[in-house]
Design a protein around this ligand. Structure first.
Ligand code: PMP
Length: 444
């Protein structure tokens, strides 16, 4: 019964794992973009198990491939070969530009980022790694130094050698340059840029240089950024910022790491990887979440040269990339291609962004609508002009009302003020119409 599950949850599950909603949902089944509870209620899932169910709950193709492999062989570890492993390595790396051709499979995003930090330090023989304020790169003691949202910090494991710098946020920054970000929806604030010169970007680059100069001179191990910040609520940087930042880091011998845990696999629509939208090629890319559609797996992709820095000794991950995980990963890639999900992200995502922008124009508490493809943030404020975050209880109430009307939405941001809409990429325009109508009603 519901009461029994709730009691066990309270007694035997870590209180650091918090559920959504006053009365947490007890779910039963999932099919593509839909979830069902035990009372038969159906929910449109706009958060995909924290941006993880990329191709749809229990996608038939992925389920069938996994079931077949389940009956044959699960695990051999990395000391033997199995066609699923080698073929997946070939398939996944074929989706990356040169020289990103070597993968290392792990089980979670935190592990992938741990390894990326480790590789950056081994390769450069430098120590400092820079990340942005508001970033989430993992909950392990190593990556917590890069994660810079207070809610996730514990004060005892904040990662030595990690430097958190400013956040080049188009909406929250003092400039609010409207045409400077890559989104079909621009901010409501007036743009201060002219003749191709973006003041916001230039000012942020100056701040970034300050950070680099406060590190050990010319000794950066790496710089890590998400192409669009995920947990912080689809925060976007001014157009051109990341490209210049990469140059500055490389001038100081640092490597550039793109955390694609949320933005990868076509989620941002126009490109398969988020870094491509910034016109950069990173030195290391980390993947998790959508890579396995919910199956625990993750990956680090890098160059031969950087990968070899780890080869001077053994570095083993027992579960990483076993035949079962590789079979799931390959089936997910097939599903994205066969179902046209990258294009769907672009089409349906753009449609949704434009529909949500209408709500932004209608309600003064909807401060900003942003993102690309199906990586969408809706930032709630007390008033568009002052941009104060809407109190968390009011945000919770809207979330609760949407759930009661059959739509599940995520939330994030420094003040938990931003709705996160990142559904399975199989969502349709009809689903968007339903979701926007529900959201509109909840806002009213
Ligand atoms: N990077 C990003 C961008 C993430 O959003 C997350 C998880 N929210 C992680 C890394 C860590 O992934 P995991 O929870 O699988 O360790």
């Amino acid at each position: 019964s519901y009461e029994r599950m709730q009691k066990i949850h309270e007694q035997n599950i870590s209180p650091s794992l918090r559920t959504f909603y006053k009365k947490p949902l007890l779910l039963h089944q999932g099919h593509m973009q839909w979830l069902f509870d035990y009372e038969g209620r159906r929910y449109l899932d706009l958060f995909a198990g924290i941006v993880t169910v990329s191709v749809g709950h229990c996608h038939p193709k992925v389920t069938m491939a996994t079931q077949k492999q389940l009956a044959r062989l699960w695990h051999i570890s990395s000391i033997y070969m199995h066609p699923s492993i080698q073929e997946y390595a070939e398939k996944l790396t074929s989706l990356f530009p040169d020289p990103l051709k070597v993968i290392y499979l792990t089980n979670s995003g935190s592990e992938a980022n741990d390894l990326a930090m480790f590789m950056a330090r081994l390769y450069t023989r430098n120590f400092d790694i820079i990340s942005f304020r508001g970033a989430y790169h993992g909950g392990s003691p190593y990556t917590l130094g890069l994660t810079s949202l207070g809610l996730y910090k514990h004060g005892v494991a904040n990662g030595f050698g990690c430097i958190t710098t400013m956040l080049p946020d188009v909406f929250r920054g003092p400039w609010g340059g409207s045409h400077c970000r890559d989104s079909p929806v621009q901010t409501v604030r007036k743009c201060v840029c002219s003749e191709g010169v973006c003041q916001a970007k230039d000012q942020y680059i100056e701040q970034f240089k300050d950070t680099l100069n406060t590190s050990v001179p010319k000794k950066i191990a790496g710089f890590i950024a998400e192409p669009i910040q995920g947990v912080n609520g689809a925060v976007q940087y001014p157009r051109g910022f990341l490209k210049e930042a990469y140059q500055l880091v490389r001038e100081r011998q640092g490597v550039c790491i793109s955390d694609e845990v949320q933005t990868g696999f076509g989620r941002t629509g126009s490109h398969f990887w988020g870094f491509q939208t910034h016109g950069v090629v990173p030195d290391i890319v980390t993947l998790a979440k959508g890579i396995g559609n919910g199956f625990p797996m993750a990956a680090v992709i890098t160059t031969k040269e950087i990968a070899s820095s780890l080869a001077q000794n053994l570095h083993v991950n027992t579960f990483g990339g076993n035949p079962l995980a590789c079979t799931v990963g390959a089936a997910v890639l097939d599903a994205i291609e066969e179902d046209g999900l990258q294009k769907n992200s672009e089409d349906v995502g753009t449609y949704m962004l434009l529909e949500l922008a209408k709500l932004r124009d209608k309600f003064k508490i909807v401060g900003d609508v942003r993102g690309r493809g199906l990586m969408i943030g809706v930032e709630m404020v007390t008033d568009k002009d002052c941009r104060h975050p809407l109190p968390a209880e009011e945000v919770s109430q809207i979330l609760e009302d949407c759930k009661d009307m059959g739509v599940l939405i995520g939330r994030g941001g420094l003040y938990s003020q931003t709705f996160r809409i990142k559904p399975p990429m199989c969502i349709t325009k009809k689903d968007v119409d339903f979701a926007v109508e529900v959201f509109d009603t909840a806002l009213q």
